[in-house]
Design a protein around this ligand. Structure first.
Ligand SMILES: [Zn+2]
Length: 464
């Protein structure tokens, strides 16, 4: 049995997540479910990133201690992911005791390797990124990701990680391993950034108390990014499933994952992850999704409107895999009505209605064979949009087959039975192929057509 370990980025607990974060989790979930279905021993990790200045400030504003504050947000985040049927094996929190212990051990390993040193730092800090910026990062004197914050000038004595030492190593690794960063456009961006020269980065803060204490100098806390990245390894080592096969993350996190993290791992003596899958962003009605713009929608609100698989379908079919996309509730409703209500839902109702009252003996379907070559290829290329397009061609083919055989005109019961048996088997195969993407729907379809007596059902996707 093959091992397969996939992670998402862990969400920052200054606020509950919104639909801008949903794509990544749905994507990782579909990959994890596909590998489970293939029979791989699958590990799927998600969670929350809970330390740092922004949480400290957020808790203070709410007159709460930071732990009470993050407990509530972590719980709400988890409920949001549950509403989307995200099948994580562990929801890790960076305040979990096993992670704190492991992060400290990791820090000491990098230090023992001579890569952590004390130095004075003077520079710009973006509170939004919880990261230092250089002049070249700024767009109109602001952080490109957080134009609402003004970068602060900070002077502090901190511990630094000797990232510059790993410049050649990283360059070689990325050149030799084309699958290390996906897609290719992001791989090129990262390589160009590395060639521009890497600077050592701060791995501790003195002014921030809400963090993991630096084990051998506890007046410092470990810098929130250094702490957060280690979450993957906390779990990976515990479950003996390291290295990760895929880290899924958004493009705002790509430098941390493709540069800092592999250098940190190399320093502490661990293997590197195999693939870093970077996706782009969504905007809503032409606007960035943010609390300050007042356009935040929670995933559970979308699920209430379109059903869990209505939401999953839209994102997997049209999501921002390699390009930023703009979404709207109308666009989701259109795809729901045309592809789910009219396409898949209609086919299932139609066949179930014709088969009502008949008794079929459903055979076991061999899942491995059902992934015809094209679909398996699309999935291993991370082209979920193409995978769904192929499945929808299968749906059209069954519809066509029904129209050609006109079962509603067939008077002979044996002949009718044979025609429907064939359609039912084809639909069940479609359900198996759909299961990683639309698990709830796939389960319902299998339930309808393996029942002792098939009955006409209420529509899987009532029109909106
Ligand atoms: Zn920023």
């Amino acid at each position: 049995m093959d091992k397969f370990f996939i992670t998402t980025a862990i969400d920052y607990t200054n606020d509950v997540i919104h639909i801008g974060h949903a794509y990544q989790k749905i994507l990782a979930d579909a990959i994890a479910r596909y590998h489970r279905q293939k029979g791989d021993q699958t590990y799927f990790l998600t969670g929350t990133d809970e330390h740092g200045q922004k949480v400290e400030t957020g808790a203070k504003k709410n007159n709460q201690d930071p732990k009470t504050f993050v407990d509530k947000i972590a719980k709400e985040d988890q409920n949001e992911w549950d509403s989307l049927n995200i099948s994580y094996d562990r929801f890790i929190r960076t305040t979990d005791p096993d992670h704190i212990k492991f992060a400290q051990e990791f820090y000491l390993k990098a230090k023992a390797n001579g890569d952590i040193y004390l130095a004075k730092y003077e520079g710009l800090y973006c509170e939004g990124c919880e990261a230092y910026l250089t002049e070249s990062d700024l767009v109109e004197n602001k952080c490109p990701f957080h134009p609402n914050f003004t970068p602060q000038k900070i002077t502090e004595e901190n511990y630094f990680f000797a990232l510059s030492k790993y410049q050649k190593f990283l360059e070689n690794h990325i050149k030799k391993n084309p699958e290390f960063i996906w897609p290719e456009s992001k791989r090129k961006e990262i390589l160009a950034f590395i060639k521009g020269g890497l600077k050592d980065f701060s791995v501790s803060r003195q002014g921030v108390t809400w963090g993991i204490p630096v084990p051998d100098d506890p007046k410092h806390t470990i810098y929130v990014w250094f702490d957060a990245l280690i979450n993957y390894l906390t779990y990976g080592i515990q479950k003996n499933c390291w290295p990760a096969d895929i880290h899924v993350l958004g493009k705002d996190n790509q430098r941390f994952h493709a540069i800092y993290w592999p250098a940190m791992l190399k320093s502490a003596g661990y293997e590197l992850p195999k693939t870093i899958l970077v996706h782009d962003f969504i905007s809503l009605n032409g606007q960035k999704i943010s609390k300050s713009l007042g356009n935040v929608i929670r995933p559970s609100e979308l699920v209430a409107k379109f059903g869990v698989d209505g939401v999953r379908y839209y994102f997997l079919r049209f999501g921002p895999l390699t390009n930023d996309i703009d979404i709207s509730l109308d666009k989701i409703a259109d795809s729901y009505n045309s592809d789910l209500a009219n396409g898949l839902g209609n086919l299932v109702s139609r066949v179930a209605k014709m088969a009502t009252g008949l008794e079929f003996k459903p055979g076991r379907l061999d899942k491995e064979k059902i992934y015809q070559e094209g679909l398996a290829q699309a999935l291993s290329d991370f082209r979920f949009d193409l995978a769904l397009q192929q499945i929808w061609l299968d749906i059209v083919a069954v519809d066509k087959h029904i129209n050609q055989n006109t079962p509603w005109l067939v008077k002979d019961q044996d002949k009718l039975y044979r025609i429907l048996e064939e359609e039912i088997e084809d639909i069940r195969k479609i359900a198996i192929r759909l299961a990683p993407f639309l698990p709830e729907t796939a389960g319902k379809i299998e339930g309808i057509f393996t029942a002792k007596k098939i009955v006409a059902t209420t529509p899987l996707f009532p029109r909106i």
